[in-house]
Design a protein around this ligand. Sequence first.
Ligand SMILES: [Zn+2]
Length: 438
Amino acid sequence: MDDATIGREVLALTRELIRIDTSNPPGRELPAAVLLRDYLLAAGVEAELVGRDPERPNVVARIRGTGGGPSLALCGHTDVVPADASDWAHPPFDAHVDDDGWLWGRGAVDMKNQTATRAATIAILARSGFKPAGDLLYIAQSDEEDGESDVGMSWLVKARPDLRVDFALDEGGGDRLVLPDGRVVITIECGQKATLPVLLTALGEAGHASKPYVGANAVLRLATLISRIAQYQPPPRLLAPTRRMIELLSGPVTDDVVGDVARACAVHPWVADTLPALLGSTMAPTRIHGSTARNVMPARATAEVDCRVLPGATHAELEADLRAALGDDLPYELDWLDSLNGGAISPIESSLYRACQTWVDGADPGATLLPVISTGFADSHYLREHWGTVAYGFWPYRTTPITVHEQGFHNKDERLHANDLVYATRAHLAIVRTLLSG
Ligand SMILES: [Zn+2]
């Protein structure tokens, strides 16, 4: 198939998906799942809806392997975050394509583009008569953005262990960075941090607000504790992918890790935004609460702190970081708001990783994959944790500037250049063929 034919097919499918409003909550992914299932059935792929909630099914499709090879799933979520149309240059569920080839709409980058290109990859391979060595699966899962309903990937990995795959490609990665020395690196997500939210309560003594020097206003203590959290830098800890990332960006890691990190951050704004959060726990105070009355200085004031820890880090390690940040001269309490969630990682020595690099070598000669741990949470976590799947986030794009791509996530005016739908489909076709040709 030539690029123009692929482009027409994948753009049409992506636009149809965007036009189905799957804002989550509430999700209502059924029509999107039906669209994808019917598209794959028409290409001769076995495909079914699998779900706990009939309004929110997942799509599972498969080209059976001839045996003797690893299995691979191409995955993507069908839901999106809500959009307020009044903020947008083009209505978020119209899937408008402008004269310059930009596709506008909710899900254009997160991630109906990916869900559609992966479906198109399977359809094109099926029509070409491709016989993979191992099973090639397609999973389009519901409920990623909210994830509270346990109907999407979190449910599927438990309900259908028979679908277990050796390898998977899901959300994330594919950002192309041009370094100051002209080298090119392309990100591949190979792990995610875990979330572990905590409630910080500053303790004081209640008093009348007319005499602020009497008593111990817990709000002021909370302010001090929050500023300590903001200033705290945990000692840097380099996981294998982060070490590799620094080495690729700025040379060997030395005893001066702080200096190494600074040099790596200087090579690209994307690195400066990302790398510091990959060196240890982060703690972001988000919601605060003080007195119930304006004229009462409270004895207790609270801050919810959104904490993210590295894969493998424990509860105890985060608590040690928090207590080191907060000091021991002000009274406070810590209460865990949820259990540790997430934090799985896949090794970067794998045949899927090599297949991705092989595609890079052909499509973007000289470029190198840059392994990255994500600071966010995506469904690859469930694949890694429950199935032991080696999962990466990798959806390469080339025409859309990285800043436009990044700004699109959960934001107004989300858009993607249509050329990238072809580019990514070509990448997936090549990677599948490299990994699964018998
Ligand atoms: Zn997403």
